[in-house]
Design a protein around this ligand. Sequence first.
Ligand SMILES: [Zn+2]
Ligand SMILES: [Zn+2]
Length: 429
Amino acid sequence: MPAFLWIKNGRVIDPATKRDAVGDVFAVDGKIVDRLGPADRKRAKVVDAKGLVVAPGLVDIHVHFREPGQTHKENILTGSRAAAAGGFTTVVCMPNTSPPIDNAGTLQLVNAAAAKAAVRVYPTACLTVGMKGQQLAPHGTLKNNGAVALTDDGLCIQSNELMRRAVEYAKMFDLPVLDHCQDDSLTDKAVMNEGNVSTRLGLKGWPHAAEDIIVARNIILSHYTGAHIHLQHISSALSVELIRRAKKDGTRITAEATPHHLALTEEALASYDTNFKMNPPLRTEADRQAIIAGLKDGTLDCIGTDHAPHSPDEKDREFDYAPNGILGLETALPVCLKILVGEARCKLPHVIDLMTRRAADILRLPAGTLAPGANADVCVFDPTEQWTYDATKGQSKSRNSPWHGQRLTGRVHTTLVGGKVVFANGKIV
Ligand SMILES: [Zn+2]
Ligand SMILES: [Zn+2]
């Protein structure tokens, strides 16, 4: 007998189909359908969504799941459970693993682990061999083995000549390039944003110009070659402005912002708490406002968490020596609701759009909508429920979150993948 699903009486928000009304969502055998007949409704699994929002499962095109090689921090299974707990049903993992994902064999290992994950996990692969920025990786082979995009995230190709060849080669295989924009010559030993606060704290600064220069380089190369370049975790106001202009010119540039760059500034570093250390660093209030404006007007296309687990003993070091990065999946929705809806007065459907369809569209993933025929990947959440986030009780293997112990507003109740409940009532199913 087919598997019937009936999600009842929620506020259904599906930006892709412009739906925003109280109603039902139905699925048969893991695919969304318009309706279920009375007999099928009787046999359906029912999810009561009264008083809750029913949205497409969230999509994150920027996560680090540390497999292979650093599975003491996270693995694909635990990372996917953190995703499910955060309402995400499709995630894209970065290839800066150990060894890096730059060949068919490693991709096959990742695909095998992804097949057992709680949510849909798509791999990316390296642009250059070993992420060394010297020699192009075999892009065609990587695509044939499931890579949905190419990136050396964490390291930025410094040679403009090599980057030009990399994006042209990727374009031949119709693969987007995701770039971590950082001119290394400007950020040697840098650990936080360069400015008054870094001077006051006595920490080495990472000037936003190091991001802006590479954003401009990538815009120019995209314009010149016609290649699609996606700019990761944009943190600087000038970068937002450069992207805005590039889009007006019709350049094939897309860009993302993280929840932490939306919500936090460099002032948080006054405590020297390494849970505020990430790359690119938290910047100024003016940068934060520019990122919010960019997400509002479409200059920035989507939210990407840059979920970056690190073990407690690695993070619990002197500020200069602690690794960059924080957890993101389990707190992204409430943080985005707080800033974009609560503070910036965005409409809820717009925020859901940034976290679903628009993210999926960048990499052409089959996700991000509740349209009939789509995968029945669904996030059911309460946008107003208050709760205290306890990172020690999270699904991730790691604990490095700046939101630990904080009151958050907006809580995921149920996450479904392919019509099956994978997370409900605070637990992985
Ligand atoms: Zn990065
Ligand atoms: Zn990253």
